[in-house]
Design a protein around this ligand. Structure first.
Ligand code: NAG
Ligand code: NAG
Ligand code: NAG
Ligand code: NAG
Ligand code: NAG
Ligand code: NAG
Ligand code: NAG
Ligand code: NAG
Ligand code: NAG
Ligand code: NAG
Ligand code: NAG
Ligand code: NAG
Length: 757
């Protein structure tokens, strides 16, 4: 039984959208995650005055946590998310427990029978009103096949970490289909425009159209729409402002059949895709049809999810160049797009990713950026995500986006790649500097392409949003270790030392020439005799730290299990051991690869020597595959099973699985952006990467350096890749592992320790 069945309701004028605020969201979270302790907490919404921001309708979030005379934990906050943030503070700092990506809830890990009282209340205040989460592409790289249970965990994770502005793309296609049906386009015309379940993000961006390997079934569109209703409702209940889609202007080519006078132009070609799949048709915002479709889209969306937001995500030129670079044209495009939003929702705020200004800085000169943003003459009607603030910030060169409100975002990784990586200095110091140098900075956030590992880097920035000075990362990492492995005084000292080594090595990249984001393992790349080890910048393969330090950290983490054997049963430990072992083996692979190439290119290289050097590499990968396969977070079967769980029809099952396989390998019908979203996953290493290396090694065995023919080898690798993607009946453990196999993991790690330590 819970004491407070309802909070007192009150209304906030936050950015013009009136939402009833209640404590139901945070109570629901406790019921899901700590059901035995719901009655031990009391929540109250109240105006805590320090939250107001001068000259703005925005406010900061404020909470206090104290103990009542009756021994309950009293959390007071000015918003529902402030309450969740206060709850998180108590859980992490007092109970020393938390909830993590992949690992799930560890909130009840320490068998608490009573909750400690606080002699001195805890308090917190955000330093920015918005904490934002998601990149448009995260919805494909990470969430494409998520179930409602996956979303529930994610949303609880986000609420506890104070996120109040999440992107919410799921199910957009349903609204779009209905909008196009209304102007009498046929379903065939509409669905031929839509991309597959694993590629919707780039269709939404207008980079691609259509679906290779089969057509998107209506079944998918309907099921995602049902999922989105739950997601949006939960976001709102937790006190978040969902950022919902809008009509962007990208339309099926056939629109001119029903609207012969529609002013359409073709967008640019994306990433070498054939014209049928790219050069997406764009309806010019100057055409009154644009406003008509915008109004129709937003009305349908509001009818479906309620009047729950006035912030809309809308990107027209993400990796897609405007039809013209003429300044007046660019101003017209934004002006008319903005007016269409305002016609549909007078309170509308347009949120856009600022990535284009970096990714195509040759096109987006300062004057073009100014002309484009200048079309929206009311600055507060836009909100810009400075998408890659830690490595390629654009806010300085654009003079804070010419006065538009903007958010400092950490992008961190491309394509859900998995290297251990972070810039601890930058994400603590730089956003604070930005806040004092830019008056229109209104939020911090995460815009990762894929939500991968390295969770501490995301936590760090989200916590920085509650601290006016740069966080002391040494203390922060120690606190993280305590809550990660759960339980005061029971955590072996080796774990603290290990994580401190990680902090100053893998998590302290300061050389942006070497790498700007998460690094990639070379064994995930199509084998080559050149250009693998020394990649820098985007998808770097260059280590930004001394690999021996990582082995030192690994050894300490392994030794901790000798101090406390129970660690093998701890899901956080299982996760981290797998992840760090993965990285050490990946680094070791580079040395074996170097030996192979040295052997191959040496004079009089013998087939036997090449073969022996190659075997060392595939042996290492075989062992790596076994390590990864002990944990569902590192298993291909998890991704494939999730894809297949969305249908019961045989045909559609193959199509969904093809999508899942293609995205992480060829990424495109014929490898257009091959290996962009590669993964170190058990099953994938064994069934995809090892065979590719075997093709390569066999080739080197038979063809001398002088006759090396990259074209022939590339062709053979593509033939293999294409066959693998369609081989959806192949024997790969077809159901996801239910849980990690710690006995097998322990055995494998002990074997490795015999070699490494
Ligand atoms: C949504 O709520 C706002 C604030 O009350 C109001 O101004 C607006 O008209 C509502 N929109 C719709 C579509 O009901
Ligand atoms: C809370 O603040 C709002 C906005 O400033 C104000 O209208 C309202 O009266 C305040 N409520 C309480 C309970 O103080
Ligand atoms: C769609 O077709 C129906 C039936 O032919 C017609 O009544 C309606 O006006 C058409 N709608 C539009 C927007 O053209
Ligand atoms: C099954 O898939 C094939 C290949 O995509 C397609 O041609 C066929 O129409 C599909 N059949 C059904 C019943 O969906
Ligand atoms: C596709 O875009 C490219 C520019 O990226 C352009 O050269 C080409 O003409 C376009 N093709 C069509 C059919 O629009
Ligand atoms: C911009 O819009 C104005 C007003 O609608 C129009 O007169 C002008 O021709 C447009 N310019 C371009 C380059 O599209
Ligand atoms: C963070 O990165 C930006 C962009 O490279 C750079 O301008 C800034 O100096 C860095 N700050 C710190 C503290 O590393
Ligand atoms: C990170 O690296 C920089 C540059 O090498 C160094 O100055 C700094 O002390 C390091 N910080 C941490 C936390 O290791
Ligand atoms: C940064 O990385 C680049 C590329 O790997 C390297 O050439 C350079 O020496 C590094 N700079 C420093 C200061 O380590
Ligand atoms: C598939 O069938 C099972 C058993 O009838 C059912 O529980 C499940 O909801 C179905 N899944 C889909 C995606 O229709
Ligand atoms: C290797 O890299 C080179 C240079 O990027 C490229 O031309 C070649 O096609 C690649 N593939 C193979 C198999 O060597
Ligand atoms: C390389 O391989 C391609 C494809 O098999 C072939 O067309 C080409 O003639 C080969 N080049 C040489 C120099 O043998």
């Amino acid at each position: 039984m819970r004491l407070l069945g309802f909070g007192f309701l009150w209304f906030s004028a936050l950015v013009g959208c009136v939402l009833a605020q209640s404590i139901d969201g945070v109570i629901g979270l406790l019921q899901r995650r700590l059901p035995d302790h719901v009655d031990a907490f009391t929540f109250r919404l109240s105006n805590l005055t320090s939250g107001a921001i001068a000259n703005s309708s925005l406010q900061n979030d404020v909470y206090t946590v104290s103990s009542t005379a009756a021994g309950k934990v009293l959390i007071v906050g000015n918003t529902p998310i402030a309450l969740a943030s206060g709850l998180h503070r108590y859980l992490t700092d007092v109970l020393q427990v938390d909830l993590f990506w992949g690992i799930g809830s560890r909130l009840d890990a320490t068998n608490i029978d009573y909750l400690p009282t606080l002699d001195i209340p805890l308090s917190g205040s955000s330093i920015v009103p918005w904490r934002y989460h998601f990149n448009t592409v995260t919805f494909s790289y990470t969430c494409a096949f998520w179930s409602w249970e996956d979303w529930e965990l994610q949303l609880d994770w986000m609420a506890l970490r104070g996120i109040n502005l999440p992107l919410a793309w799921v199910g957009q296609e349903k609204i779009l289909v209905d909008t196009f049906r209304e102007i009498n386009m046929t379903d065939a015309e509409i669905t031929s425009f839509l991309s597959g379940p694993a590629f919707q993000a780039w269709n939404r961006f207008g980079n691609i159209q259509g679906s290779w390997g089969g057509e998107l079934p209506m079944e998918w569109i309907d099921s995602q729409f049902e999922l989105q209703k739950k997601i949006v409702a939960r976001m709102v209940q937790l006190g978040m402002t969902p950022v919902l889609p809008a009509f962007t202007g990208f339309v099926p080519r056939a629109i001119t059949r029903v609207k012969p006078t529609a002013q359409v132009v073709n967008g640019s070609q994306w990433s070498g895709f054939p014209t049928d799949y790219t050069n997406v048709t764009f309806l010019e915002p100057l055409d009154s049809l644009f406003t008509e479709l915008q109004t129709s889209f937003i009305q349908k969306q509001t009818a479906a999810y309620g009047n729950v937001t006035n912030i809309y995500t809308l990107d027209q030129y993400n990796e897609n160049d405007p039809y013209s670079g003429e300044l007046e044209y660019l101003t017209n495009v934004t002006y008319n797009t903005w007016k269409s939003l305002k016609a549909a929702d007078p309170q509308a705020i347009w949120l856009m990713q600022g990535w284009l200004f970096y990714s195509n800085s040759a096109f987006w000169t300062d004057s073009r950026v100014e002309a484009y943003l200048g079309g929206v003459t009311t600055n507060d009607d836009m909100l810009i995500l400075d998408l890659f603030s830690e490595s390629q910030p654009q806010w300085q060169r654009t003079n804070s986006y010419f006065g538009k409100p903007w958010i400092w975002c950490q992008l961190h990784d491309y394509g859900g790649n998995m290297g251990l990586y972070g810039q601890v200095l930058n994400v603590t110091i730089n956003p604070i500097e930005a806040l004092s140098n830019s008056s229109s900075l209104v939020g911090f956030g995460s815009t990762m392409e894929g939500q991968e590992g390295n969770e501490i880097m995301y936590d760090l920035l989200l916590d920085q949003a509650w601290s006016g000075s740069p966080i002391d990362t040494e203390a922060y990492f120690a606190n993280f270790v305590t809550r990660r492995y759960a339980g005061k005084n029971t955590i072996p000292a080796e774990l603290y030392t290990a994580w401190d080594i990680l902090r100053t090595s893998v998590y302290n990249n300061t050389n942006l020439t070497a790498a700007t984001a998460v690094t990639k393992s070379i064994f995930e790349l199509a084998p080559n005799i050149t250009g693998m080890l020394d990649r820098t910048g985007h998808h770097a393969t260059t280590a930004t730290y001394d690999p021996t330090l990582l082995v030192e950290a690994w050894t300490l983490i392994y030794n901790a299990s000798k101090t406390d054997i129970q660690l093998w049963n701890n899901p956080s430990y299982q996760y981290d051991v797998t992840d760090i072992t993965r990285q050490v083996m990946s680094n070791n692979f580079n040395d074996l690869y170097t030996s192979l190439i040295d052997t191959y290119t040496s004079t009089n290289a013998s087939t036997a020597a090449i073969s022996a050097a190659g075997k060392k590499m595939t042996d290492l990968l075989t062992l790596l595959d076994s390590v990864l396969s002990t944990n569902p977070n590192f298993a291909l079967s998890t991704w494939l099973s999730a894809a297949k769980s969305w249908t019961n029809s045989t045909n559609t099952t193959s199509y969904y699985e093809y999508n899942a396989r293609n995205q992480i390998t060829l990424w495109g019908p014929t490898g257009q952006i091959d290996d962009y979203a590669s993964k170190s996953w058990g099953g994938l290493v064994k069934d995809y990467y090892i065979p590719r290396w075997n093709i390569f090694i066999s080739y080197l065995e038979t063809v001398a350096v002088g006759a090396y023919n990259a074209t022939a080898l590339d062709e053979a690798l593509l033939v293999f890749g294409e066959a693998w993607c369609v081989n959806t009946t192949q024997r790969i453990q077809s159901t996801a592992l239910a849980q990690s196999n710690s006995t097998v993991l322990q055995g494998l790690v002990e074997d490795l320790a015999a070699i490494w330590v």
